[in-house]
Design a protein around this ligand. Structure first.
Ligand code: AMP
Length: 192
């Protein structure tokens, strides 16, 4: 199954994608992780993206579409994949649909983790408190506010895009992690 985990920054997409990867064997394709790996490796791509990511802005559609297509062609995606943090714009979603179509595949399901802004801000503050301040450069209340603005402006319109395709299911992302995992499993079972 090709699945999109959808939701605002800090909604738990990464956490749930990792659990799902473990249970279902579909690899987690996180564009955020891939870009951070490029930064850590000091590649040209990483150098290009670092300032944009630190500010909580989106890197270009062309860059993320390129890295996701390359990654999706790896053999471990043959039976499906979990898209985490991609797509984030309508052009990315259209490119993803096109890319899958040429491979005789499609997005089967989009699961939205719904979390209120206030809860997201509280979660960032909790992470900072827990880590003694050592968090991702873009994981501060100030940058989160910008990432949320970017989310509502560029990414939230995808909800309508996938709703129209009849693929969108919403799950309460404010429930405890294990309950969110359970809800996702039920949604997948029903869709499967
Ligand atoms: P994430 O780990 O998914 O929160 O992504 C961290 C940062 O990487 C984002 O704030 C963006 O700057 C960049 N990024 C990740 N995925 C995308 C995407 N699909 N489109 C544009 N930028 C992205």
């Amino acid at each position: 199954m090709n699945l999109v985990l959808f939701g605002p920054p800090g909604s738990g997409k990464g956490t749930q994608a990792k659990i799902l990867q473990e249970k279902q064997g579909w690899p987690q394709l996180s564009t955020g992780d891939m870009l951070r790996a490029a930064i850590a490796a000091g590649t040209e791509l990483g150098k290009k993206c670092k300032a944009i990511m630190d500010a909580g802005e989106l890197v270009s559609d062309a860059i993320v579409i390129g890295i996701i297509s390359e990654r999706y062609d790896q053999p471990d995606c043959a039976h499906g994949a979990i898209f985490d943090g991609f797509p984030r714009t309508i052009p990315q979603a259209e490119a993803l649909d096109g890319m899958l179509k040429t491979r005789d595949k499609k997005i089967d399901l989009v699961i939205e983790l719904k979390v209120d802004d206030k809860v997201l801000i509280d979660r960032v503050k909790a992470r900072i408190a827990q880590s003694g301040g050592a968090v991702r450069a873009d994981d501060t209340p100030e940058t989160l506010q910008n990432r949320l603005n970017v989310y509502y402006q560029n990414t939230a319109p995808l909800l309508e895009y996938y709703k129209k395709q009849g693929k969108l299911v919403t799950v309460d992302g404010m429930a405890p992690i294990e309950e969110v995992t359970k809800s996702i499993a039920e949604v997948i079972k029903k869709a499967g």
